[in-house]
Design a protein around this ligand. Structure first.
Ligand code: SF4
Ligand code: SF4
Ligand code: SF4
Length: 323
């Protein structure tokens, strides 16, 4: 297991936006044959680390900018291999399974390496631009046949700017279509720099009321909305993605305000993907050892989704559920 660097060590988007050579970064997954992350068949690379902490996040392991240990008690056979292998004496067996002492654990990954059942796993690994380009090259035939390419998602890709820009540059040199899935919560200068190397943005819009946005995601939406307008003014190709969560952002006023804002953006009309919330991440929070209260959130009804599509249509926008 290679040593990891936290984002504070790597530099983040609030640091000088000048881009230096940074050929590696922290990712938590690479998904082949993705069909919902942009046009065609795609390779999706998930960067680890997000400046938001949305209450409904489907990938809670994407939020931390550090490698994390995950433990699945259902898979544990109590073999004690992790206890014997841990160089920090950080694991112990209890009647409810393995407990990891966070004060001792350095996230070295040894316990995951020796675990025979993948009950212990690590989330996050360092990948180089060269690694990812090599994986993408192997998918080229699928990209060419389907009009696909590579999507950089997260987490928030712009939280690792040097890695992102370097990867986009290398993909561009190889004429591979590039999509960036972003929260828009980043320095404007950086977003514009990324836009020079990106064919399509998937831009998340969660809710229009700034106070509620902060309540549910941890940040207000001023920077996000300003950046979206700025990006649109450059002629960038942008698809809007709106998660729809009953009890959070499914009220008529929010959907109308969102549709009105999107319709007012400069440039070509933006397509909108409405992404219904599903309560599927509870197991991941458990495996991370985090408490998660989803009681205030629910899946939207089919009727609510249909109504939302109709509101966007009333503002002259093409909206679809999913995608
Ligand atoms: S912006 Fe996306 S990745 Fe980040 S916390 Fe929200 S849902 Fe999760
Ligand atoms: S990740 Fe390393 S330090 Fe942490 S519990 Fe596993 S073996 Fe021990
Ligand atoms: S090595 Fe894996 S299966 Fe064995 S006790 Fe540890 S977590 Fe459980």
């Amino acid at each position: 297991m290679k040593p990891f660097r936290s984002l504070s060590e790597q530099g983040n988007f609030f640091s000088d936006p000048g881009i230096s050579i940074m050929p590696s970064g922290l990712i938590f997954d690479v998904k082949k044959y993705a069909i919902n992350d942009g046009p065609g068949i795609r390779l999706t690379v998930f960067f680890k680390g997000c400046p938001l902490c949305c209450a409904w996040c489907h990938n809670p392991e994407s939020i931390s900018s550090r490698i994390q240990k995950m433990y699945n008690g259902d898979r544990c056979i109590g073999c004690m291999a992790c206890i014997e292998a841990c160089p920090e004496s950080g694991c112990r067996l209890t009647p409810t399974g393995i407990i990891t002492d966070p004060r001792r654990c350095t996230c070295c990954g040894t316990c995951a390496d020796v675990c025979p059942t993948r009950a212990s796993e690590m989330s996050g690994r360092i990948a180089t631009v060269a690694d990812l380009v090599a994986i993408a090259e192997k998918e080229r035939v699928f990209f060419e046949q389907s009009g696909g390419g590579v999507t950089i998602s997260g987490g928030e890709p712009l939280l690792q700017p040097d890695f992102l820009v370097s990867l986009l540059g290398e993909l561009g040199l190889r004429s591979i279509h590039r999509t960036v899935d972003t929260t828009g919560f980043a320095r404007s200068e950086l977003l514009l720099k990324v836009a020079q190397r990106t064919e399509l943005f998937l831009y998340d819009l969660k809710m229009m009321d700034s106070r509620r946005h902060k309540q549910w995601t941890g940040v207000d939406n001023g920077r996000i909305l300003e950046n979206l307008r700025l990006l649109a003014s450059t002629g960038a190709c942008i698809n809007i993605r709106m998660p729809l969560i009953k009890g959070v952002n499914d009220d008529e006023l929010n959907i109308e305000q969102t549709a009105s804002f999107v319709a007012s953006l400069p440039g070509a009309k933006k397509k909108v993907n409405i992404l219904p919330y599903h309560n599927i991440a509870q197991g991941k929070y458990l495996r991370l050892g985090e408490k998660h209260d989803s009681s205030a959130m629910a899946e939207p009804s089919v009727e609510a989704l249909t109504d939302a599509v109709a509101v966007f249509a009333a503002f002259g926008l093409e909206a679809i559920v999913g995608g």
